[in-house]
Design a protein around this ligand. Sequence first.
Ligand code: SF4
Length: 225
Amino acid sequence: MAVNEDKQNFSHPIYQYLEKLPGVDVGLTLADQVLTWSQLNSLHLFPMATSCCGIEFMAAACSRFDVDQIGSIARGTPRQSDVMIIAGTITVKMAPRVKKLWDQMPEPKWAIAMGSCAISGDFYRDIYSVVPGVDTFMPVDVYVPGCPPNPEALLMGLRRLQEKIRKKRSGEWVEPELRPAPPGLRMPSLPRLGDPSRDPGLDQAQLDAVLNLDPGGMLRRSEGT
Ligand code: SF4
């Protein structure tokens, strides 16, 4: 089932036909609520676990905390997932792959940045090979700060995401979440995706990187260097 671009309502050819019939809108509203409820309570998680935060994700998925209690289940493929959880440090070389996996996820989809490394690069932000926050190359819906955030924090993040989806589907305004700014810590020099101060050249460079798997990668391969 497809969902329209602003992710507020389900859309389907049958649905659109029924919408035109007199008196059917009440039933469709109910159907919409049922579908929204079903989706909220069956989020399929795609763990992009690269380092220590990934261990906390595994703990969250195991019996003591158990993301299943809110209907979520981890999937091993982006094509069957709704929510990407980036748990760990993302390197510059890895970023195009992460973006590619994100692009392979069907709409509607959401992303959670779990832990300080995914949020801002944290200790490693000024290292040449580390991405200073995943929101510099893909959208992030929920930030779960911590080093590492514990499983309860992740569950809270999932709850926040469910609430955001519910509000958006019912047509309520949803305040975009801001990248947390820990006191005393210098923020990364790269502005997040969609920030007016961001250089559009960056977006193009990232797109090129995704298409070529790494900057100039295809060219280098074809040249045999
Ligand atoms: S935020 Fe902390 S626990 Fe998580 S990946 Fe970074 S260093 Fe490891």
